[in-house]
Design a protein around this ligand. Structure first.
Ligand code: GNR
Ligand code: NI
Length: 177
């Protein structure tokens, strides 16, 4: 397993549309293992393959909402291969989103509060479920990555440009340090 570098905006690779996975095999499972290792180390609650430069329709999520008696997060890794989202609810949720590809920048994004999802897991088993809460928000954020969309694309142009400027400034300061 390997921690892989996470691509950051405005890298054009983040704008590539990912293509469907044809076979769920050991090569794909090795990619998924690297994605989890990279996501936990970051740390983040989700990661799409394109964020490590692989334009395949694979994403991983672990909300790590619960802790054990020692205060360690309890891992509940979820794998979504070729996910399809349907039936977005009319009621919306607002969440202060961040993205590992837009580091340290946060902004409120409005999305359907509930959706229906179909996907394959790492064993090739098909799932068909209604999804709500933070998982619905995160899954829609990750699905956007498969289409080359970032959370900042949901903001007004003014807010998006503010975020991108702050990101450039942070990168310059990091270089100077
Ligand atoms: O770690 C992440 N946190 C997060 C918070 C609110 C909504 C979405 C996310 S996903 C993000 C990790 C990431 O960039 N996934 O693509
Ligand atoms: Ni993201």
């Amino acid at each position: 397993m390997t921690i892989r570098p996470i691509i950051e905006a405005p890298d054009p690779r983040l704008r590539v549309k990912s293509t469907p996975v044809e076979t769920v095999d050991d090569d794909l499972r090795a990619l998924i293992a690297d994605m989890f290792e990279t996501m936990y180390e970051a740390p983040g609650i989700g990661l799409a393959a394109i964020q490590i430069g692989v334009p395949k329709r694979v994403l991983v999520i672990d909300l790590q909402e619960e802790e054990d008696a020692d205060g360690q997060p309890i891992r509940k890794p979820l794998v979504f291969i070729n996910p399809e989202l349907t039936d977005p609810s009319e009621d919306l949720n607002i969440y202060n989103e961040g993205c590992l590809s837009v580091p340290d920048q946060y902004a409120e994004v409005e999305r359907p509060a509930a959706i229906h999802a179909r996907w394959l897991d790492e064993k090739g088993v098909q799932h068909d479920e209604a999804i709500t809460g933070l998982l619905a928000t995160c899954l829609q954020h990750e699905m956007d990555h498969l289409e080359g969309i970032l959370f900042i694309d949901h903001l007004s142009r003014l807010k998006r440009e503010m975020v991108l400027k702050k990101l450039e400034k942070a990168k310059r300061q990091k270089k100077a340090a």
